[in-house]
Structures are given as structure tokens and as C-alpha cells.
Design a protein around this ligand. Structure first.
Ligand SMILES: [Zn+2]
Length: 317
């Protein structure tokens, strides 16, 4: 049975699946310059982050491909011609190359760990995660998400994890792309303090729009822990299938989180693993079957969640 099929089986039986924690923020915390997602110059550190999450007990690791798209590069130019004229040769293909590399690095970490973990290809909104007003027109969403998902499928990920989706429209189109690539998909929404998507749309609308496309899990992520708790309760009201949650900690300090779990820096010290675990227990009580942690969290957070799950479900530890 494949790693993903085993996770699916566990979910069907009412068990819990543990995600990884922050990947991009953890790479930054280890002193890697973000250029090329850390994959060009320090793939060994990206691999070490995955390895540490696997060692901490994650059942699923996500590729370091957040906002790794052709558009992310193109947005820095006037257009493709301008990019070709003043950018280095091959820049238009860099996102595709790095995507391949990101999956390779995750697979290498899994192989060395000898764990049966699943690898999720992480896909984020095409524009900024916190700016639903910038979501591109449908045709662009369809074309660009299909391109990214197909690259991840070609690299042989086990599933697609659509993360931090801030509008119903983009989530639905990205999910269609994942289904067209014949990959299982999970979809996760970024929420505000009123349990709505950042677009102001309700989780009820979001669930209604994605259910016909059969995501295996619907989640909420990348909001502070208390906001995630409120959103999860709302999500439970509208979805009977598996749901999940992973919160961020600390402060978003543009242009990147530049966060990490160490004292006195960006507020992450307010959320040590034990406190985070306390909130995650509420998520389990609300029926979350998938839990993990988002930006600013570390392998220590996942290790603590693993211990809490083991205590709760000795048979599945
Ligand atoms: Zn996040």
C-alpha cells in the first residue's frame, strides 16, 4: 500500500494524521538566504528541515514550493519580453526547475528517514496569500495552476496540498487542476478572526464550492492559533468529511516572516510547543483529523504534537 493510501485508510478509520511545521520560515531560521527558495545554494539545509520533521513524527511532509511559480518571477518584470531581455538565460524556466528539485529533496529526506510518509506538493495562491483582491482572472488561474500541478505530478508527489487559499474561486480552480492531473488533493483556507476566508467569503460557501471536486481533507491554516480554532469549529458545521488545521505563530514581518522559534524574535516565543499543543487539543476535540503547524513553527512543535497524539491514541502511535 502506498504511503498516501495508508494515510487515507487511517483517516477513514477515524485516526489522525500529523503534518509537518513551517518549512520556509524554518529554512530562514537556519540562516539560509531565501533566493531560489534555498534550493539552489543550500539544498542540504532544505533536506535537513524535511528530515527533522520526519524524525519528529510527521506523517506527511510538504515540498518547499510555496509561491514557486513562473508568475513569481514574471511579476518582477514588465513582461516576458522584458524578462528575456534583461534577465539571465532560462529565468522563465527557473520555477519549474526548482519545483523538480524541491520534490527531489523531499524524496531524498524521506528515503533516508525510512519512514512511510507521504509527500504533498505545496501549491499556494498565484498572487499574495493575504491579498484576495489580487487573485487573477479565471483563465490565468486555470492555466497557471495546471502548469504547477502538472510539474508536481511529473515529479511524482503523492498528493497536492492547496494551502492558504484566500478566495473560493482560486481554491476551486486549483482543485480542478489537481483533479485533472489525477492526484488526490487537500485544500486549506487562510481565515480571518471571524472564521471567514480573507476574501470575506464564508467557510460554508468554500465547502459548498469544493465538495463536488472531492478533496480528501479540507483545512484552515496560516492564521493565529485562536483564529484557527474558531474557523475549525465553523468548518466542522459545514463539512462531515475529514477536516484539519495548522496555525502560524509569531508576527509576519514583510517581506518574509523572518520568524523562527527563538526567544525575543518576532513573537514566536509566545507559542512554545507546549502552548501550541494545548490549542491543538481543542482542534482534536472539535474533530480535526489532520493537525500540524504553519509559519514560524519548528520540528519541536511537531514532536510535541506527536507525543500528544501518542498519548491520545496509543493504538495508533
Ligand atoms: Zn503559514
Amino acid at each position: 500500500m502506498s504511503a498516501y493510501a495508508r494515510l487515507q485508510e487511517r483517516l477513514k478509520q477515524g485516526g489522525t494524521v500529523l503534518l509537518d511545521g513551517g518549512v520556509g520560515t524554518e529554512i530562514l531560521r537556519r540562516g539560509v538566504y531565501w533566493r531560489g527558495h534555498g534550493l539552489e545554494r543550500c539544498p542540504e539545509i532544505v533536506e535537513a528541515v524535511h528530515a527533522d520533521y520526519l524524525a519528529a513524527g510527521a506523517d506527511l511532509i510538504s515540498t518547499n514550493t510555496f509561491q514557486l511559480t513562473r508568475r513569481s518571477y514574471l511579476n518582477l518584470f514588465q513582461g516576458l519580453d522584458h524578462m528575456r531581455r534583461i534577465g539571465p538565460p532560462g529565468l522563465e524556466n527557473r520555477a519549474a526547475e526548482l519545483t523538480r528539485k524541491a520534490v527531489e529533496v523531499a524524496k531524498r529526506a524521506r528515503e533516508k528517514s525510512q519512514r512511510q510518509a507521504a509527500i504533498a506538493g505545496s501549491v499556494s495562491p498565484l498572487q499574495h496569500c493575504y491579498r484576495p483582491d489580487l487573485v487573477p482572472p479565471d483563465a490565468d488561474l486555470h492555466r497557471e495552476h495546471s502548469e504547477t500541478v502538472n510539474q508536481l505530478a511529473a515529479a511524482d508527489v503523492d498528493l497536492i496540498l492547496l494551502e492558504t487559499m484566500n478566495t473560493v474561486r482560486e481554491a476551486r480552480i486549483a482543485l480542478e487542476a489537481a483533479r485533472a492531473a489525477r492526484l488526490p488533493a487537500w485544500v486549506s483556507f487562510v481565515v480571518d478572526e471571524k472564521a471567514r476566508l480573507l476574501s470575506g467569503e464564508s467557510l460554508a460557501e468554500a465547502v459548498r464550492a469544493v465538495e463536488p471536486l472531492h478533496p480528501d481533507v479540507v483545512l484552515v491554516n496560516c492564521a493565529p492559533p485562536e483564529d484557527i480554532t474558531a474557523a475549525l469549529a465553523e468548518l466542522r458545521r459545514h463539512r462531515s468529511g475529514p477536516i484539519g488545521a495548522y496555525a502560524h505563530i509569531g508576527h509576519y514581518n514583510p517581506p518574509s516572516w523572518k520568524a523562527g522559534f527563538y526567544p525575543g524574535f518576532s513573537g514566536t516565543e509566545a507559542w512554545p510547543p507546549e502552548r501550541y499543543c494545548g490549542v491543538a487539543q481543542k482542534w482534536l476535540a472539535l474533530g480535526a483529523q489532520v493537525i500540524g503547524s504553519c509559519c514560524g513553527t519548528t520540528p519541536d512543535h511537531i514532536r510535541a504534537l506527536k507525543a500528544a497524539l501518542a498519548e491520545r491514541q496509543p493504538a495508533r502511535a
